[in-house]
Design a protein around this ligand. Structure first.
Ligand code: ATP
Length: 320
């Protein structure tokens, strides 16, 4: 396999802030690669060096076999880029703005083909291209950004937080677009805070924290997403499961005591029952079985939390 993107020992500092430290990454051609990490991890900085929007303080970047610092617009035409902070303030309608971008990309495809592709994407994402872009909501502006990145079917898509502001239905459509791009042989590099999105879309993933690569591989092998937040409201214990004596708060405490991976639990007794909240690291089955000894009035097991997962993997004390 050939690499679509390769960074070696990439370094970027802004004054005393180190945004990237010795970042070495390889994105194989025809794959979907997810770059994830908490706020300020360096994701945007890494993506911007690949487009020569910013220059690294050290290390090398190669994109589609070229050095972005020298390759200029011929290389940029081969890339579809969605910036993280998209600003669309002009009076132009979506149609005119996208036609303008299509002209700039000038990839030799006919204007008619570009129009077709723009209209198809607008239909899929559900955005009205007749309105001035500045009047659009955040999510609809994001859709215009996605259309301009995808419309010329570039060899490489670099998408910075692509689903920010999109509602869940449109997020699903976006995942489908990414899968189709991969099937068509395109390479996709996307950054995200959301593990679920990466899990659905990416082949490989790199986790950045404080400018450094802390894990790389496929999502399953990294065991990301092992940490979930749990909330439950429990009533009385079921008959037959009762401990001898003890109030219901004590029952719950005892009932959860042996569950592996249960951490930071907070129990409180209210009029509606015992409220339980905390995190579980690993399998949820033992927890669900332990809860089943009670009357479960409410139960929410939330999306795995990226930040918690990264902290658990590397220790909250910053042993990264
Ligand atoms: P987020 O998920 O919040 O967008 P990120 O992972 O994309 O974060 P970056 O935007 O790359 O992170 O920022 C990495 C670090 O570099 C942060 O500490 C940030 O404050 C710093 N940084 C980024 N751009 C600049 C700049 N132009 N001047 C000074 N510091 C900067």
């Amino acid at each position: 396999m050939t690499a679509a993107i390769e960074t070696v020992g990439l370094h970027k500092h802004y004054g005393r802030t180190t945004a990237l430290e010795q970042l070495s990454l390889t994105v194989q051609q025809g794959t979907v690669f997810g770059l994830i990490g908490p706020n300020g991890a360096g994701k945007t900085t890494a993506l911007r060096t690949m487009l020569d929007i910013i220059r690294p303080s050290g290390g090398t970047v190669r994109v589609l076999g070229e050095d972005p610092r020298r390759a200029g617009s011929p290389l940029r035409r081969r890339i579809g880029y969605l910036p993280g902070e998209l600003r669309l303030e002009g009076r132009l309608s979506g149609h005119r703005l996208l036609a303008f971008y299509a002209g700039v990309s000038g990839d030799g495809r006919s204007l008619q083909a570009s129009k077709q592709s723009i209209n198809d994407l607008a239909d899929r994402l559900g955005v009205d291209l007749s309105k001035p872009v500045r009047s659009l909501s955040k999510g609809n502006k994001q859709k215009i950004g996605l259309i301009q990145a995808f419309m010329h079917r570039p060899e490489l898509l670099i998408l910075d937080e692509p689903t920010s502001g999109l509602d869940p239905l449109i997020q699903r459509e976006f995942i489908a677009m990414v899968r189709e791009a991969r099937s068509a042989g395109q390479t996709v590099l996307l950054s995200s805070h959301m593990l679920s999105e990466i899990q659905q879309a990416a082949d490989d993933v790199a986790v950045l924290a404080a400018g450094r690569l802390v894990a790389e591989g496929d999502v399953a092998s990294l065991r990301l997403g092992a940490v979930r937040r749990v909330r439950a409201l429990l009533g009385a214990m079921n008959e037959g499961a009762k401990h001898a004596g003890g109030g219901s708060l004590e029952d719950v405490r005892r009932g959860l005591a042996g569950v592996p991976g249960v951490e930071d639990w907070d129990l409180s007794l209210g009029a509606a029952g015992v409220a339980v909240s905390g995190t579980i690291n690993g399998a949820i089955d033992p927890l669900v079985k332990a809860l089943a000894a009670f009357e479960v009035r409410e139960l929410a097991i939330e999306e795995p939390d990226l930040e918690e997962s990264v902290l658990h993997m590397y220790g909250a004390g910053g042993a990264i």
